[in-house]
Design a protein around this ligand. Structure first.
Ligand code: LRH
Ligand code: MN
Length: 404
């Protein structure tokens, strides 16, 4: 056998083991709200099979995990999924047992209550701040009761007009509220602080970027980390550089993956700029073996146009592909080319992994793990969506889709 073919076989073997190792450790959390009827301020297009109840959301999450084998947890939004708060813990427990997926990150809801018009934990009114802190502390208790690792906190607070609120006083309110919340957490729990530059506030948002979130994480201590939602950056922001800094400062806790063309569009990940997610995964894998073992990979999308289960399975499969491609990068070889400033060779090595089609290797991995090699076509051929659409169409027809 020629050296060339020996080399090719060796290359193929290396690629195979890298992809298999990567997929064996890759897990991504899916959002319960990705299965519900959601929309924009201009309306909501209802789907017959959309999930309305927590049971239906667990059933759908169970189906996605059955097909993909890598989504063992579902993120819960307290008011949307557990309207009775801690009283719903037992119900969640039985759903976990019935559908084989666990409750993942617990998301407090600080944006729906009328009292939060001028903010929740940053509101100038101490009574409103106290109410919001109570809700966060209850969310911590729910997480503790469910054995969830993360409290995933997004604070929508801000203002719409200059001079109408004190940006600096509100920073103090944030710090106090987060410190009182962290003080109630169990040793296994983490508080993930998510930043967002705007929406629903359109002049200033209290936690608008990674620097502000990092400061609050430092105030809260080691049980607090920054959550990077890929849709929460001004256009052209170098998100993978922020990831590198948060890794370097040991402040990165997790991600909300989605994609966007303009703002926080919450489109399916990899649909607009797959190279973006590849570059992010590279920073995590370049940080060394296991550097991402405690990084929460999560999807945060609203599926307004695509079939909700289809979009979720498509997103999980795409995340596996981009993670596997980033795992192909020979980090040692890249490091020496980078340090020798061999720019084109370094770039070609980097891009070669991105351009490498790993889909057949991933199909092999699924087959060897007893999974259907093509989850999306399995979803279509096995009729789950048709079945739930028949079961749920009546209830969904009733839910009106307009904003105003
Ligand atoms: C805010 C956000 C946050 C969730 C919500 C569903 O834009 O990204 O993570 O609470 O979407
Ligand atoms: Mn998010």
């Amino acid at each position: 056998m020629s050296d060339a073919s020996k080399y090719e076989i060796n290359q193929r073997e290396t690629r195979r083991s890298k992809v298999f190792d990567a997929l064996d450790r890759f897990r991504i959390e899916i959002p319960s709200w990705g299965f519900a009827n959601t929309g924009t301020r201009f309306g909501k297009f209802l789907q017959d099979g959309a999930a309305n109840t927590l049971e239906e959301k667990f059933a759908d999450a169970g189906e996605v995990n059955r097909l993909t084998g890598c989504t063992p947890t579902v993120a819960l939004h307290v008011l949307w999924d557990m309207p009775n708060g801690a009283a719903d813990v037992e119900a969640v427990r039985s759903l976990e047992a019935k559908y084989g997926v666990r409750a993942g990150s617990i998301n407090p809801n600080l944006f729906q209550d009328q009292q939060y018009k001028f903010g929740s934990i940053a509101n100038p009114n101490p009574a409103v701040r106290a109410k919001a802190v109570d809700h966060m502390i209850e969310s911590v208790a729910i997480g503790k009761a469910l054995g969830s690792h993360d409290i995933s906190l997004w604070v929508p607070d801000g203002s719409n007009y200059p001079g109408t609120q004190s940006i600096s006083r509100r920073i103090g309110y944030l710090e106090d509220a987060l410190l009182s919340t962290v003080a109630t957490m169990g040793p296994e729990q983490r508080l993930l602080i998510e930043y967002k530059p705007f929406e629903p506030a359109f002049y200033h948002t209290d936690i608008a970027d990674w620097g502000m979130a990092l400061h609050l994480v430092r105030i809260c201590g080691t049980q607090a980390k920054v959550l990077v939602d890929t849709g929460h950056h001004a256009p052209a922001t170098n998100i993978e550089q922020i990831v590198a800094w948060l890794l370097h400062t040991k402040a990165l806790g997790g991600f909300h993956f989605n994609d966007r063309k303009y703002a926080d569009d919450d489109l399916t990940l990899g649909s607009i700029d797959p190279y973006q997610l590849f570059r992010i995964f590279h920073e995590l894998l370049a940080a060394g073996e296991g550097a991402d073992s405690d990084i929460a990979y999560m999807i945060d999308q609203s599926h307004n146009m695509k079939g909700k289960i289809e979009a979720m399975v498509q997103s999980v499969v795409t995340a596996q592909e981009l993670y596997a491609r980033a795992a192909l990068i020979d980090q040692e070889a890249l490091k020496s080319l980078q340090d020798d400033c061999k720019l084109v060779q370094a770039e070609e090595l980097f891009r070669d992994s991105f351009w490498t089609d790993v889909r057949s290797l991933i199909a092999d991995w699924r087959t060897e793990r007893g999974l259907n090699p093509d989850p999306l076509s399995a979803l279509r051929s096995e009729g789950y969506v048709e079945r739930i659409s028949k079961e749920r169409v009546k209830r969904n027809a009733g839910s009106v889709g307009s904003y105003a």
